[in-house]
Design a protein around this ligand. Structure first.
Ligand code: XUL
Ligand code: CO
Length: 437
């Protein structure tokens, strides 16, 4: 059955087009710096925002009008599978991502829940075969159900920890069956509200133990997906353990997990942590930990996780610049962890929102490629650090300097001269590049 009957395949029509249901910048086969846009961007649809969510917020019920609204839970789950493949095909996105609980409702017991999952996974497997759609990543939702009130891998209750382990095991099996290219761990309730009732050391040790078990089980069943941790500083808990890229890398290093994981970085999580998205990507890249991206944007006036579709060109340009400089996104992709606003409740809005995100990323990719071609940032940065290429700077970089040799140099060097960082000039040139592509 078709759910989006009034919408056909979204085509690339180019900059001159005024058709809202067409791409102006995303031209999948267009080659940018040696790869097609499709290969660079590896877009994915987030099942939860696009097919499961209703538009409910803390002050009001759902507003979305969908073709599966009136069905019972299990039928809804089946209808969403069909809608997913129809949507992916029409919008031209090769990948999708889901949490276990997005695709199938929970039953009265874990066994029943797993049975519901099996029914839907069969349908997903068939749909993927029929359409060629691929799973960028799956994950386990270990935060929505009340049992996870005190966390999953960081809970104070060993029975809940065991349940989380069982849920994770099933989720890894699903990932293997559907050929997931990545598997994501976002620590939904892996954090704490107050130290007044919390054993932080035990919680972190236990979380690491769960990750080690996941690595061991994936190995055992031959599930070769890239494992990703998704940092976020707050929401739902006040202190999320995977605060940002740097904190997460330190955690992985401490527990001997760094070789088994990379990071899934999200734009809105970066801004919640007081960082830019490009900062988070750079931190990951210079540590060899860049895995995948959750593309969205927050509202800086609100300061919470609003998961808006990305429309900020300045940010997508700098994001894609970081990705290109890191050598690409590898097995990861650009997953739209983004939801239409509550007021955008029609099916058509799902298409318009993804088109906006895809065009903004494609535009950012083209601008980033031009930034590299024109050598604007690289050239400036290289020149800015040139003092480390010779003399005392070269000694420092080679690891040959000592405090005594630095003192000897500084004592005779009486005329330190600094240079301007030229930030305003660079920003204007960046604007010119963004609007020229
Ligand atoms: C929550 C979030 C999640 C993860 C997957 O803020 O981003 O949807 O991406 O669990
Ligand atoms: Co996310």
């Amino acid at each position: 059955m078709a759910y989006f009957k009034n919408i056909g395949k979204i085509a690339y029509e180019g900059k001159g087009s005024d058709n809202p249901l067409a791409f102006k910048h995303y031209n999948p086969q267009e080659v940018v710096l040696g790869k097609t846009m499709e290969e660079h961007l590896r877009f994915a649809v987030a099942y939860w925002h696009t097919f499961t969510a209703s538009g409910a917020d803390p002050f009001g019920v759902g507003t979305a009008v969908r073709g599966w609204d009136s069905a019972n839970e299990m039928d809804q789950a089946k209808m969403r599978v069909e809608a997913n493949f129809e949507f992916l095909n029409k919008i031209g996105i090769p990948f999708y991502c889901f949490h276990d609980r997005d695709i199938a409702p929970e039953g009265a017991s874990l066994a029943e829940t797993n049975k519901n999952l099996d029914v839907i996974v069969d349908l997903l497997e068939q749909g993927m075969k029929d359409t060629g759609a691929k799973l960028l990543w799956n994950t386990a939702n270990m935060f929505t159900n009340p049992r996870f009130v005190h966390g999953a891998g960081t809970t104070s209750n060993a029975d809940v920890y065991a349940y989380a382990g069982a849920q994770l095991k099933k989720s890894l099996e699903i990932g293997k069956r559907l050929g997931a290219e990545n598997y994501v761990f976002w620590g939904g309730r892996e954090g704490y509200e107050t130290l007044l009732n919390t054993d932080m050391a035990l919680e972190l040790d236990n979380l690491a133990r769960l990750f080690h078990m996941a690595v061991a089980y994936a190995n055992e069943i031959g599930f070769g997906a890239q494992f990703l941790i998704e940092p976020k500083p707050k929401e739902p808990t006040k202190h999320q353990y995977d605060f940002d890229a740097a904190t997460t890398i330190a955690f992985l290093q401490k527990y001997g997990l760094k070789d088994y994981f990379k990071l899934n970085l999200e734009a809105n999580h970066a801004t919640l942590a007081g960082h830019t998205f490009e900062h988070e990507i750079r931190v990951a890249a210079i540590n060899g930990m860049l895995g995948s991206l959750d593309a969205n944007q927050g509202d800086l006036l609100l300061g919470w996780d609003t998961d808006e579709f990305p429309t900020d060109l300045f940010s997508t340009t700098l994001t894609m610049y970081e990705v290109l400089k890191a050598g690409g996104i590898g097995k990861g992709g650009v997953n739209f962890d983004a939801k239409v606003r509550r007021g955008s409740f029609e099916d058509e809005d799902l298409f318009l929102a993804h088109i906006a995100g895809m065009d903004t990323y494609a535009w950012g990719l083209k601008a980033a490629a031009k930034l590299i071609d024109t050598n604007l940032i690289d050239g400036f940065v290289e020149n800015r650090y040139r003092s480390f290429k010779e003399g005392i700077g070269a000694e420092i970089v080679a690891g040959r300097a000592t405090l005594a040799s630095l003192e000897q140099y500084a004592l005779q060097n009486n005329a330190i001269k600094n240079e301007s960082g030229r930030l305003e000039r660079i920003k204007l040139q960046l604007n010119e590049i963004i609007y020229s592509v």
